[in-house]
Design a protein around this ligand. Structure first.
Ligand SMILES: Cc1ncc(COP(=O)(O)O)c(C=O)c1O
Length: 404
């Protein structure tokens, strides 16, 4: 076993430099607390970017992992397995879905969704109907297709040629979609009901309803990317249920595994037919260990008291951050839903979101950013209220120092 000291410096020596991690290296987590190599303790409002929805070392997830680990970890998709079938059934029972495809990451679930919309249109309408409408500032993953459907050109820079047939409309602006959509060419509209990476920007209910109507009028499929907004984060199993707008395809990842890599694409029986045998696949998709853990996540977060608890925690956190914002003149609004919140920096602090993240770390609280102007919070859905209060106290100290 390699016994070299593991330091932050090692990152620069052995890792591809596509990330710029902070100086601390967390080594242990329990609930919503994390400890680093030096034993410093942090309250975790990052949640692994909306992933660790039941916190760290959740006893139910640990036992699900252990139980399955002692049975069978992996089978190829030449065979199916019990955890995958059970999880697919649960996801169908809890949502509009009738069919499920499993993958390992949000990007991979979206890749499946984007291939499916093209294939469905190709089968039902012909090869001309292949255009996808998505939105500026959207984020759908880092594969070449998903980064192209995403609406942040910086992530595509230097990686062209990109897949074609993708048009970007303005988020929350139905007129801009109407200018791009056509019955002959548009096969799908792809949208995050709440843009996460793009600044925690909730879709207007009327806008999302309008997208549904436009899709119906133009024989196009509606895809909701709920990789960040799903798995209980909004206080609903999926955000579409909060909006009352049902997509044809929904992608889920992040919180679905509570920290174990797993993702799912949900759809109807009719649309699913277009991914027939051999058209698509994934070696690890439907991995038994991953699905057993995700099953426990789904069983837990779908409980009404957990979802209700998200709303209560959201109110407390939102109010706490708004109060801090007002006292120190740093936030103009706190937006988002449930436990996906974005604190928007005031004019004076524009571009400085990272400073808030770093100041928080100095005081023992982990927050996120979403771009340069938004401090993002995505803690565990079951974070104890006392941890929330502690986190707010620590964050206020950080803001006080930063603004002094
Ligand atoms: C809305 C959305 N879609 C897709 C992704 C990509 O997921 P992954 O990093 O698991 O590929 C993300 C990740 O942040 C996301 O927020």
């Amino acid at each position: 076993m390699n016994k070299e000291p593991v330091t932050r410096e090692l990152f620069d020596q052995v890792m591809v430099p596509n990330y710029a991690p902070g100086s601390i290296i967390p080594v242990r987590g329990e609930g919503s607390r994390i400890w680093d190599q030096e034993g410093r303790e942090f309250v975790d409002l990052q949640g692994g970017i909306a992933v660790t929805c039941l916190g760290h070392s959740h006893p139910g997830l640990l036992s699900a992992l252990h139980d399955q680990a002692e049975k069978i970890w992996h089978l190829s998709n030449v065979m199916t397995n019990e955890p995958a079938l059970r999880l697919a059934k649960s996801l169908c029972d809890l949502t509009f879905a009738e069919r499920v495809f499993f993958a390992n990451s949000g990007g991979e679930a979206n890749e499946a969704a984007f291939k499916l919309v093209r294939r469905y249109a190709w089968e039902h309408h012909g090869p001309e109907k292949n255009e996808i409408i998505s939105f500026k500032n959207a984020f759908h993953g880092r594969t070449l297709f998903t980064v192209s459907v995403g609406g942040q050109p910086k992530y595509l820079e230097g990686f062209e040629p990109a897949p074609g047939g993708i048009h970007h409309a303005e988020f929350n602006d139905l007129e801009s979609v109407k200018k791009l959509i056509s019955k002959e060419k548009t096969c799908a509209i792809v949208v995050e009901p709440i843009q996460g990476e793009g600044g925690v920007m909730p879709g207007d209910p009327e806008f999302l309803k309008g997208l549904r109507e436009l899709c119906d009028e133009h024989d196009a499929l509606l895809v909701f990317d709920e990789v960040q907004s799903g798995a209980g984060r909004t206080g609903h199993m999926y955000a579409y249920q909060m909006y009352g707008v049902t997509p044809d395809i929904l992608t889920s990842a992040k919180g679905l595994g509570g920290g174990f890599p797993v993702a799912a694409m949900l759809t109807t029986a009719e649309v699913a037919k277009s991914l027939g045998v051999g058209t698509h696949g994934s070696t690890y998709g439907g991995n038994a260990l991953a699905c057993a853990v995700a099953q426990k996540v789904v069983d837990t977060i779908s409980q009404p008291d957990i979802l209700k608890g998200v709303k209560a925690r959201s109110d407390r956190l939102r109010k706490g951050m708004m109060d801090i914002g007002e006292r120190y003149g740093v936030f103009s609004e706190v937006r988002g839903a449930g436990l996906l919140l974005g604190c928007v920096l005031t004019e004076k602090w524009q571009g400085k979101a990272k400073d808030f993240l770093n100041a928080g770390l100095d005081e023992g609280v982990m927050v996120l950013v979403a771009g340069a102007n938004v401090v993002r919070l995505a803690p565990s859905l079951i974070i104890p209220e006392s941890d929330l209060d502690d986190a707010l106290e620590r964050f206020e100290k950080a803001v006080k120092k930063l603004t002094a």
